[in-house]
Ligand binder design. Sequence first.
Ligand SMILES: NC(=O)c1ccc[n+]([C@@H]2O[C@H](COP(=O)([O-])OP(=O)(O)OC[C@H]3O[C@@H](n4cnc5c(N)ncnc54)[C@H](O)[C@@H]3O)[C@@H](O)[C@H]2O)c1
Length: 324
Amino acid sequence: MDQQKLLYLSRADVEAAGVAMPEILAALEAAFHEHGEGQAEVPPKPGIHTRPDAFLHAMPAFIPALHAAGVKWVGGYPDNQRLGLPYISGLLILNDDETGMPLAVMDCTWITGVRTGAATALAAGYLARPDSETVGVLGCGVQGRTNVAGLNVLFPLKRVKAYDRTPANAERYAAEIGERFGLAVEVVAEPQQAVSGCDIVVTAGPILRTPHATIQSGWLDSGAFASLVDFDSYWSGPALREVDKFCTDDVPQLEHYRNIGYFQHLPPIYASLGELVTGRKPGRETPTERTMTCNLGLALDDLATAPLVYRRAIERGIGTWLEL
Ligand SMILES: NC(=O)c1ccc[n+]([C@@H]2O[C@H](COP(=O)([O-])OP(=O)(O)OC[C@H]3O[C@@H](n4cnc5c(N)ncnc54)[C@H](O)[C@@H]3O)[C@@H](O)[C@H]2O)c1
C-alpha cells in the first residue's frame, strides 16, 4: 500500500462497501474481548458543545488484535431534522497501527448507525432471553432501524412495537422495517405500549441532560432486556432501579458523564460489556431478571467497523485516492 496516499470514502462510498451486520457484530465481539482484557486503548471523548443538547466529540481508539487505530470526529445536533440534515454526522480517520500514517478518511454517519445497533445486539446476546420475539422501539429513526437490524441477527424476532413522537416517522419506519426483515410492525400511540409486553426494548429518542423520564416503574416486564441508546433520557429513576443487572460499555466513561451531570438516578453498575464478553461476569442467569445496558457508544465500536469498510472498499475499487 502506498503510504503517501489516503482513501477518501464519501457517505455513499461507505454504504456501497456493503459490510453486513453479522461481520460488524463479530468485529465488535473481538473488540470488546480486547477491551475486557484491558488491551484496547479508548480514552474518554473530549467534546465541544456549540448548541444546547448538541455535541462534537473526538473519539480515538486502538484495538491491537484488529490492527485498528484512528479517531472519529462526530456531531449530534437534535435540531438538524428540521433542516433536512442527519442528527449524527462526521468523519473518521483510520491510521496504520505500525506507522501511524493516515490510511483513510471516511464519512462516519453510516458507521455510527450500524455499530450502535451491533453494540445493542452484542449486549443483548448476553443479557436478553434467547427466545426474545417482540421488540419495542421508542424513537423510529436511524437507531430504531439499526438496532432492530442487529437484534434480528441473533434473535428469532417476530414483531416490533414502534412509538415515535412524530407518528409519520413511525408509519414510515413500520413499512420499511416490516418489508426489510419480514417482521410484523405495529405502530403504537403511547410510549407504554412499546415497553410493556416486549421482550426487548430500545429507547432511541434524543439524548437530554435532564431526562424526560417517561418510562415508569412497572412498565418493563419481568424477564425483559432494555438498551438505552439515548442514555437515561427515557427512564425515570424508579424504572431504572427496578432492573436486576444494569450494564454499560465502559464504566469510567459512564462515571465521567455522571460527574458532568448526566445519569443522576442510576442503579449500581453490574458489569461492562467487556466483562460480559470475556466471561468475567455472567450475563442473564434466570428467565425472570430485568436486564439493561446503556452503551454510551465507544470509539472502539467505530474502529472495529472502519477497517471492514476500508478493506471492502479497496476490494471493490470504491472511493477516491488523495495525496497526503
Ligand atoms: N449510545 C450510542 O452509542 C449512540 C450512538 C448514536 C446515536 N445515539 C443516540 O440515539 C438517538 C437517536 O439517534 P438517531 O440517529 O436514530 O436519530 P434520528 O433523528 O434518526 O431519530 C430520532 C427519532 O426519535 C424521534 N423522537 C424524538 N423525541 C422522541 C420522543 N420523546 N419519543 C419518541 N421518539 C422521539 C424523532 O421523531 C425521530 O424519529 C440520539 O439520542 C443519539 O444521540 C446514541
